[in-house]
Write a protein that binds this ligand. Structure first.
Ligand code: RIB
Length: 334
């Protein structure tokens, strides 16, 4: 290839040098299975030698995909969603896709606008952990025929693919464990209202011994809010005196609560025990390693990503409904 000084190498330069059309070069980039092996190898060698960088936007305007997966989760500051994204990346990067990761911040309107932006950016498909199973963004994706898989949510429609955990069973596991701890009071702390939380509380209530009275505080959404909620619990519920189980349905919040309890010299475990939910990586190394209900978070992302790539390759693929199993992980906090 003649020396192309002071200008970016284009798809036309590659096509001319290889003696093929620009659409053949484009197919090598976005759909190599459609190109003869010898042509594919020749063009890849030219791209590598010349330093050509494909223009994704031009690719998408030419009708092929941008080989980008849109991922919308609820909260970037929560390890739960970071571990989910790690599972997704472990699949899509090997398949030559990049990830466009965004957070809805648990706001349905923001989630919908992110989906619109991803559609206009011609992503190849979307992985969505929706704010609600009734999110308008789900019907938007369906109407536009964009390949997508839901994560951490079980939609009513069986036509929609999803990968989630059996949170009702997770609540039952928590209830069985709490029954065995024989505390005088149970205080349940939840964050955002979400299908997963509703199912956990339903499983818990159906399993608890009738003698155990449960108090429920909701809307404690972040690690900082958990940290700041402890003085209220100490005054209102005397959790440093009455033998208490705190069941926090989100490890991120539970870690904030444990940090404040230990700062205020309230021993954990002791009269007070703390049970979490998720089993995010920091749960094992927090100031009182957290006993928690394990969600296979990485696998949820990995399985959802693999399913989406299959749907992109075969739009007529039947929908999948993978429901993964939770389990109890015993550590020090309870
Ligand atoms: O930590 C985030 C929580 O929100 C997880 O438990 C997930 O299942 C959702 O409920």
């Amino acid at each position: 290839m003649e020396e192309l000084k002071n200008r970016e190498i284009t798809i036309s330069d590659i096509a001319r040098e290889a003696g093929v059309s620009k659409s053949t070069v484009s197919r090598v980039i976005s759909n190599p299975s459609l190109v003869k092996k010898s042509t594919h190898e020749k063009i890849l060698a030219l791209i590598k030698r010349s330093g050509y960088i494909p223009n994704n936007l031009a690719q998408s305007l030419a009708g092929s995909s941008t080989k980008t997966i849109g991922v919308i989760i609820d909260e970037l500051s929560n390890f739960f969603f970071i571990e989910m994204a790690e599972g997704i990346d472990s699949v899509i990067s090997d398949a030559g896709y990049s990830m466009l990761l965004c957070s809805s911040r648990w706001i349905a309107e923001r989630e919908e606008s992110l989906v619109r932006s991803m559609i206009s950016n011609r992503v190849s498909g979307v992985l969505l952990a929706p704010v609600s199973e009734k999110s308008k963004s789900i019907s938007l994706l369906e109407k536009r025929g964009i390949p997508f898989v839901l994560m951490d949510c079980i939609p009513k429609s069986r036509k929609i693919s999803c990968v989630a955990v059996d949170n009702y069973k997770g609540g039952q596991i928590a209830g069985k464990f709490i029954n065995e701890c024989h505390k005088q009071q149970l205080i349940v702390i939840t964050g955002y209202d979400h299908q997963t939380i509703t199912n956990r509380i339903a499983g818990l209530k159906d399993t608890l011994n009738p003698s155990i009275k449960m108090k429920h505080y909701s809307g404690i959404k972040t690690q900082n809010e958990g940290y700041n909620f402890v003085p209220i619990l100490l005054v209102k519920e005397q959790i440093d005196h009455i033998p208490t189980m705190l069941f926090v349905t989100n490890d991120n919040v539970a870690i904030g609560i444990i940090n404040r309890l230990i700062e205020q010299k309230v021993p954990v475990p002791g009269r007070l025990s703390v049970l979490g939910y998720d089993n995010i990586k920091p749960a094992a190394i927090c100031r009182s390693p957290l006993t928690t209900i394990h969600q296979p978070i990485f696998d949820m992302g990995k399985i959802a990503a693999a399913e989406l790539l299959e749907k992109i390759a075969d739009p007529h693929r039947p929908p999948c409904h993978r429901i993964l199993e939770p389990s109890l992980v015993r550590r020090e906090s309870a």
